[in-house]
Design a protein around this ligand. Structure first.
Ligand code: IVH
Length: 677
């Protein structure tokens, strides 16, 4: 084929493909099958491979995703991306309507009501009709440039159709909208992740947000993201209103929702809300409410905004969706710290965008308070991202033979361990360190995203490796590379999968100290507490040497946590575990940062203290821990280098010396004041 013939064919193919994208995403009315579409795309790929000079950034072939990026650049939005005031109440909507009427000083206005897509807000910039940049909302003023990821989304036109307004072509503009994922696509991805033993996503919004932040656009390309555009911003062309903008966007090739409505008054808005309250469960995607906007752009600018919120728009949010289903059983789940959580096994029911078959029942008291019994029809509720909750049952539908639930006395792990409940605690615990369920949860937690973040070591894989005897505790993870051959013999494991996991394990050696501390799974030590501890102790050795008193003196660490830490490090096998993790090369201390040295971020950084006398409420080790936790140093004798003398009752020679050297003498209250800042 000659270059000219190729150029012509490339042109035709691109137009055809764009036309099909439009039919598919904007009109939701495709005229060819996926296979036929793929054939067109393949032909275009082949031609561009043969004639690379014909490749252009707006070609549909560019959607497969370019090279991974290291970091997204920050971009400043031309106009801030505002948030909306939220309400759950119709009365507040009526108030909003009154404010609009008063603000405009007329009854002559209309609203555009639209579905509130539950996704991620995005801004798309076009120059001369071509997509040039796309960014996340970020803090509203600056966001992340995620153009390379957005390019892969077929629903976003790379080049727009020619549209004119009053004879002026629409070429330079910004479109804003919500990127979202359909429920079916979401469930497909989660199902595949379960098969691969990977972690699942809580809901389509989280998956969408996670996908947009991916550094590899090739993965984004496979995730079938959608967009619903809702606003058009342009300087050169006069637009009249919101509905008008929607039509123009559609004409240019941007998908907008099809379900928006122009409402002449607030009553019409109320019926729109009621209509969608009933219909939303049948949508193919999630919405979390409706958005109400004054339609006229001129009236919008009269109303203006207060801080981040426009006075011409508001969001009405729907209450969490509820559903009824049968409580088939209650089973016990053993957590990583031995905590026993009762879980409801439910007949699968579709609610808020996904199928629910499990819900936590928290503890024995929760079950007793709800009064639910196995066999009951229970009411479950699911908010945007929260795990489903059981909120009640239907008394009329209770089977005659439904029995009161008896909380088990033994751990379900099969070792016959009696469950223990401590004074003042709602939970029962299994305290057998050999408990296999606990071991499993411990390792799963260790590998999880917030902890060591080991790619390729998801729940299913941990389970399999544990069953095969290759994992017993978290330190065994770092011995897995010595068992490559054995792993390869297991079902569903091939070279590539093993390699990926080992790479993930290797990378986890770089995880910072606080993540390791959290990952180890000490009772009550969550992410927040781990961070506090790392702020107070530079290394695991310092932490292990601390006694209960000095731990409890750290701001934010209560006696319960202090006790748990001392108990944990007091157990020989836990100390051995730490030693094995150290030998495996994990980070067990925090790097010396500039902040440690200069007056940086902690209240007492760079200050040296001497403590003397009896303090009114603190013992000396507590005061020492408190000072050190805030970055200060405590020494034994007063010198010219001492910044403060912390003095209590009966302070003797140290006080005299400090006075002589002109060192500031403080009491316990002043110390606390210094820390409180
Ligand atoms: S209009 C001034 N329309 O909801 C902001 N927003 O809480 C005008 N959203 O950040 C936004 N669907 O991400 C608008 N049909 C829709 C929407 C919508 C979802 C999101 C958007 C915005 C957030 C506001």
């Amino acid at each position: 084929m000659s270059i000219d013939a190729a150029r012509a064919r490339v042109q035709t193919l691109r137009e055809e493909i764009r036309g099909h994208d439009y039919r598919y995403y904007v009109e939701a009315d495709p005229v060819i099958s996926d296979r036929e579409y793929d054939l067109l795309l393949r032909e275009l790929f082949d031609l561009e491979a043969q004639f690379p000079e014909l490749v252009s950034p707006d070609s549909p072939t560019q959607r497969v995703g370019g090279e991974p990026v290291k970091e997204f650049a920050s971009v400043r939005h031309a106009r801030p991306m505002l948030s909306l005031q939220n309400t759950y109440s119709k009365d507040e909507l009526a108030d909003f309507d009154r404010r609009v009427r008063e603000g405009l000083d007329t009854d002559d206005y209309a609203y555009m009501a639209d579905l509130k897509y539950d996704g991620v807000a995005i801004s798309l910039l076009y120059e001369d009709g071509k997509f040039v940049r796309g960014a996340t909302r970020g803090d509203g003023v600056t966001g992340d440039d995620v153009s390379s990821n957005l390019r892969t989304i077929r629903a976003i036109p790379l080049e727009v159709k020619h549209v004119e307004v009053g004879g002026v072509p629409l070429r330079n503009f910004e479109v804003r909208g919500e990127i979202y994922m359909r429920n079916a696509d979401f469930e497909k991805i989660n199902a595949e992740r379960i098969r691969n033993g990977e972690k699942t996503f809580a809901n389509p919004r989280n998956l969408t947000a996670g996908t947009l932040k991916m550094q590899d656009p090739r993965i984004v390309a496979e995730r079938s993201l959608r967009i619903a555009c809702y606003s058009l911003i342009t300087d050169g062309v006069e637009l009249s209103g919101q509905t008008d903008s929607m039509q123009l966007m559609r004409a240019m090739g941007f998908p907008t929702g099809a379900d928006y409505r122009l409402c002449a008054d607030i009553e019409t808005v109320f019926s729109y809300i009621e209509e969608w309250e009933n219909r939303r469960g049948r949508l193919e995607f999630m919405i979390d409410g409706i958005v109400l906007k004054v339609d006229s752009l001129e009236q919008q600018s009269i109303l203006g905004r207060v801080s981040r919120f426009p006075r011409w728009a508001i969001a009405y949010k729907y209450e969490a969706e509820k559903a009824r289903t049968k409580l088939e059983d209650i089973f016990m789940q053993v957590g990583r710290t031995g905590v026993i959580t009762p879980v409801a096994a439910l007949s699968p029911v579709f609610v808020s965008g996904s199928t629910v078959s499990r819900a936590t029942l928290h503890n024995a008291d929760f079950i007793a308070e709800l009064g639910i019994r196995v066999g009951d029809t229970v009411i479950i509720e699911k908010g945007g991202e929260v795990i489903p909750k059981v909120v009640g049952f239907v008394p009329e539908q209770r089977p005659a033979d439904a029995e009161l639930f008896q909380f088990p006395t033994e751990c379900p792990c099969g070792l016959g361990q009696e469950l223990k409940r401590y004074e003042g605690e709602a939970n029962f615990y299994c305290e057998n360190p050999e408990c296999p369920s606990q071991r499993l949860r411990k390792i799963i937690h260790f590998a999880s995203r917030g902890a060591m973040d080991i790619e390729g070591l998801g729940d299913k894989n941990v389970e399999q490796l544990l069953e095969a005897g290759l994992l017993k505790n978290v330190a065994d993870v770092y011995d897995l590379e010595q068992h490559r051959a054995q792993i390869l013999e297991l079902e569903r494991w091939a070279d590539k999968k093993v390699e990926r996991m080992l790479e993930g394990i290797n990378r986890s050696r770089e995880r910072p100290f606080e993540k390791v501390l959290y990952a180890v799974g000490i009772r009550f030590v969550g992410e927040e507490i781990a961070r506090l501890l790392v702020g107070a102790f530079r290394s695991i050795d310092e932490l292990m040497a601390a006694d209960q008193e000095s731990l409890a003196a750290i701001h934010g660490i209560g006696p319960r946590i202090a006790e748990s830490l001392v108990k944990f490090f007091g157990v020989e096998r836990n100390r051995e575990l730490i030693e094995r993790l150290r030998a495996a090369g994990l980070q067990l201390d925090r790097p010396e940062t500039a902040a440690d040295e200069n007056a940086g971020n902690r209240a007492l950084s760079g200050k040296t203290f001497v403590i003397t006398g009896t303090l009114p409420s603190m013992k000396r080790p507590e005061a020492k821990a408190l000072i050190e936790a805030q970055g200060g140093k405590v020494t034994g004798s007063v010198s010219a280098k001492t910044s403060f003398l912390l003095a209590g009752e009966d302070a003797g020679s140290k006080r005299d010396k400090a006075e002589k050297l002109g060192i500031t003498i403080i009491g316990e209250d002043e110390l606390r004041a210094m820390i409180a800042g």
